[in-house]
Design a protein around this ligand. Structure first.
Ligand SMILES: *Cc1c(COP(=O)(O)O)cnc(C)c1O
Length: 414
């Protein structure tokens, strides 16, 4: 282990992102490996919220809609996300949650692929993505929208002339498996189908190039790798070529061409603003807007490079201990370079193990039924922390300390 620590020290010394850690409010006696579930607080987000509360809401009150540009916050925040996902600023907007944005985008896509009804997805997709298709199908009828789910390995072969929309999550939330966005998008387009990519576990974690891959639509999460805070608004992306013609059904006043005309007739904005619905949550958006400053001048290639280095080191440390290799089953496909910024393991007492790790200061999470997830977030994790976390995990498993009954209590959120 001490050899590994020496190596980790060396890697940390030459780390291009080493100064980023100080931009986060993180406790040094915790190793935070759950940024893929809730990113930690950047001080820039704290500052932005303080400004929004003390000055903007606290003093300037309603004049802040103009004076502090509250009205443009969904666009100005999205403009900071655009370079992270390889999009143009006017193709992205921050609003609502991923679930609600999926409803808008599914409807929008179906307004283009008019006579087709099939939404193709994947069985292991994040449940809300599938639930939203079901809900839409119930609303408009099976003859208009049907959900078809297949195994990951069958996605490519299942895209055909019946497919209206391919709806997929780029990086699997359970295993970290990353789908081939380029190949799937190209195949969909060969059959005149459209794609909607869920980037919840990609945006902020690895380089993305939505425009150059000609992706039609995408959604992503504000509170995971983008560190926008609990319940932070999500974002959505609409390719420029669809922006003019596409429609979405949640025609709230903020999506109107001229909301302050208070016209009785809805007329959609002719740009990305048509995807807004109601009043934006200014306090949460302010936090996300501030949080995104952390990414200024960060090269996403550096983030991916360090993520790979952290993940490899973690696996190297575990490989030193034969008991671990037998007990933990790596669910993340290999080579890990080709997959998302996490490592997931199946373990019989996964819940208890996750609780024991948290108790020892290694913050991870558990996903039912038997998965322990380790998130690797290069902006604030060091190689030395990874070696320590691997050491704690090894000890817990060797000593079976997770069997302590105190690790069995389950709360509402697991
Ligand atoms: C976290 C996550 C979501 C969250 O959806 P919300 O509606 O914003 O709560 C959606 N999709 C995936 C793949 C996720 O990991």
């Amino acid at each position: 282990m001490s050899l590994k620590l020496d190596k980790a020290r060396e890697l940390d010394a030459s780390d291009a992102l080493k100064n980023k850690r100080s931009e986060f409010g993180l406790d040094n006696d915790q190793i935070y490996m759950d940024g893929n579930s809730l990113g930690p607080m950047p001080f820039a987000a704290q500052k932005a919220i303080e400004q929004a509360i003390n000055i903007e809401w606290g003093k300037d009150l309603i004049s802040s809609w103009n004076k502090h540009n509250w009205i443009d916050l969904p666009q100005s925040t999205a403009a900071k996300i655009a370079p992270i996902i390889g999009a143009k600023p006017h193709e992205v907007i921050c609003s609502d949650s991923i679930s609600i944005n999926l409803f808008k985008l599914l409807s929008a896509a179906l307004s283009i692929t008019k006579d087709r009804t099939e939404i193709l997805s994947e069985r292991g997709n994040f449940p809300t993505d599938l639930y939203m298709v079901e809900g839409l199908s119930t609303l408009v009828g099976q003859e208009r929208v049907q959900l078809r789910t297949v195994k990951k390995s069958n996605i490519i072969d299942s895209i055909n002339d019946k497919t209206a929309v391919v709806l997929l999550t780029h990086v699997d939330f359970r295993t970290g498996e990353m789908l081939n966005m380029e190949e799937i998008t190209r195949k969909a387009h060969q059959h005149d189908a459209l794609v909607i990519w869920d980037l919840a576990h990609s945006a902020g974690a690895l380089p993305l190039s939505l425009d150059s891959l000609e992706v039609d639509f995408a959604v992503g999460c504000g509170y995971k790798y983008l560190n926008g805070g609990p319940g932070s608004p999500a974002f959505l992306f609409v390719a420029e070529k669809h922006l003019k013609t596409v429609r979405q059904p949640l025609s709230g006043w903020m999506g109107h061409k001229a909301p302050f005309d208070f016209s009785p007739k809805y007329q959609a904005a002719d740009n990305i603003e048509k995807f807004l619905c109601g009043t934006p949550p200014i306090l949460s958006l302010s936090a996300l807007n501030g949080a995104l400053n952390v990414f200024e001048e960060v090269d996403m290639a550096d983030i991916q490079k360090k993520s790979i280095s952290l993940r490899k080191l973690f696996l190297d440390c575990l490989a030193d201990e034969p008991t671990i290799c037998e007990a933990l089953h790596l669910l993340t496909p290999t080579p890990i370079e080709e997959h998302g910024s996490q490592l997931s393991f199946a373990f019989e007492q996964a819940f208890e193990l996750s609780q024991a790790l948290i108790d020892q200061g290694v913050i991870v999470d558990y996903r039912a039924p038997n998965v322990v997830r380790f998130g690797f977030t290069p902006l604030y994790l060091s190689h030395q922390e990874i070696v320590k976390a691997a050491g704690i995990l090894t000890e817990l498993i060797v000593n079976k300390a997770y069997l302590n009954p105190k690790y069995q209590t389950r709360n509402k959120v697991t």
